[in-house]
Design a protein around this ligand. Structure first.
Ligand code: NAP
Ligand code: F7E
Length: 338
């Protein structure tokens, strides 16, 4: 049985990757940090089903705490380490840049240096990001220059190069997945897609009147997180360590996302949205991301299974369910809102 450690197991991707690896027969060890409120909602079903037979195990550790990482790596002796832990919110990174660099950049360095010392044959996956491309115009691929526009983007560029450095200098199996935006019903509520679907559901439930957003003109390449965790695993199963762009090739604006979600309810989004809200505007923006993942398709055989339209519907339906409203009921309620 292969053993995998996942940092960031309580996050969106950590939860989908845990499910994926368990289904592949792995023993999964998730790293979580202490929180003053329970934050294991995304993985509680795994703890309840698999913890007793030690298929799914949780450990307290923090990417800023070297000894906690060392202890777990020593104890588990993993075959694969997926470094998904990060302060992942770009907007917040402008306000907490120092800790972002500590967690996202030094965190990667800490893990890699411990692996080099005590578990050098363990394969390492680094959760790199399309934010690293920043101001480089689309389409972006593995040869596109990094021009990060935020502390988050900078932190991920440092972690990307740290991963390559350990691969080249220490001959470790250390790979980067450069993932474009990927969303799901488990996406954090303060990312724009989930903020829109959750608040659209609240509007239908009669609990909200308006959605306050920032810049609606930026464009993203949005995919489904479940498809993307499969790519993470495929990257580590390849016969040599390498870096891969993972994306759908789509390019939609925030307005397009609003249009799609509200049109599923036959509503005009413009009546429910206030744009350019100062607190959601960023000092510097990444205007347009559109990935070219032809390398991953050719070498790994990876392709996304879900489209932009699938994603919008899946997220809206899931959020409506949170308010005990079916899709058909939502459309009936929406008629009365007009
Ligand atoms: P997420 O939902 O925000 O999850 C981030 C995880 O990191 C959470 O489990 C969080 O724990 C953990 N974490 C934060 N600080 C930590 C620390 N000091 N020590 C240990 N763990 C810490 O992010 P995601 O969407 O799943 O993304 C997973 C990874 O992929 C991240 O590295 C992100 O930067 C990267 N990425 C994401 C996307 C995307 O579109 N989703 C695209 C490219 C790259 P708490 O629950 O305690 O906060
Ligand atoms: O913003 C605009 C915002 O926060 C998308 C992370 O997973 O993907 C994610 O980063 C766009 C930006 O994602 C609001 O200004 C407008 O242009 O959903 P987001 P992100 O910044 O693209 C990358 C690949 C990662 O690696 C990151 O970890 O939407 N926007 N109004 C808004 N964004 C937010 N959050 N909230 C708004 O109200």
């Amino acid at each position: 049985m292969k053993k995998a450690i996942i940092s960031g197991v309580t996050g969106q991707d950590g939860s989908y990757l845990s499910e994926f690896l368990i289904a592949k027969g792995y023993e999964v060890h998730g790293l979580m940090r202490r929180s003053s409120v329970f934050n294991t909602e995304r993985i509680d079903h795994l703890t309840n089903s698999y913890e007793k037979n030690e298929i799914f195990n949780l450990h307290y550790a923090d990417l800023t705490d070297t000894s906690s990482l060392r202890n777990i790596i020593q104890k588990v002796e993993p075959d694969e380490f997926y470094n998904l832990g990060a302060m992942s919110h770009v907007g917040v990174s402008f306000l907490t840049a120092e800790s972002v660099l500590n967690i996202n950049s030094l965190g990667a360095y800490r893990v890699l240096d411990i692996l080099r010392e005590i578990s050098p044959r363990c394969k390492y996956y680094q959760a790199s990001s399309s934010e690293m491309f920043g101001a480089s115009p689309p389409p972006q691929n593995e040869n596109t220059a990094f021009m990060p526009q935020s502390p988050y983007g900078i932190s991920k560029v440092a972690a990307f190069h740290t991963t390559k450095y350990f691969r080249n200098a220490n001959k470790m199996f250390a790979s980067n997945g450069i993932l474009f935006n990927h969303e799901s019903p488990r996406r954090g509520l303060n990312f724009v897609t989930r903020k829109i679907t959750y608040n659209a559901a609240k509007i239908i439930a009669g609990l909200e009147k308006k959605i306050y957003l920032g810049n609606l003109d930026t464009r993203r390449d949005w995919g489904f997180a479940g498809d993307y965790v499969k790519a993470m695993w495929m990257i580590l199963q390849h016969n040599s360590p390498d870096d891969f762009v993972i994306s759908t090739g789509g390019n939609n604006s925030i307005k397009d996302f609003l249009e799609k979600v509200f049109s599923l309810l036959n509503l005009d989004w413009q009546k429910y949205v206030e744009a350019n809200t100062p607190r959601y505007m960023r000092k510097t923006e990444v205007e347009s991301l559109q990935g070219d993942s032809s390398k991953a398709k050719k070498i790994l055989g990876w392709e996304p299974d879900h489209s932009f339209d699938d994603l919008c519907k899946m997220m809206l339906e899931s959020d409506l369910k949170k308010f005990n409203i079916s899709f058909d009921q939502a459309q009936e309620i929406a008629k009365k809102l007009k």
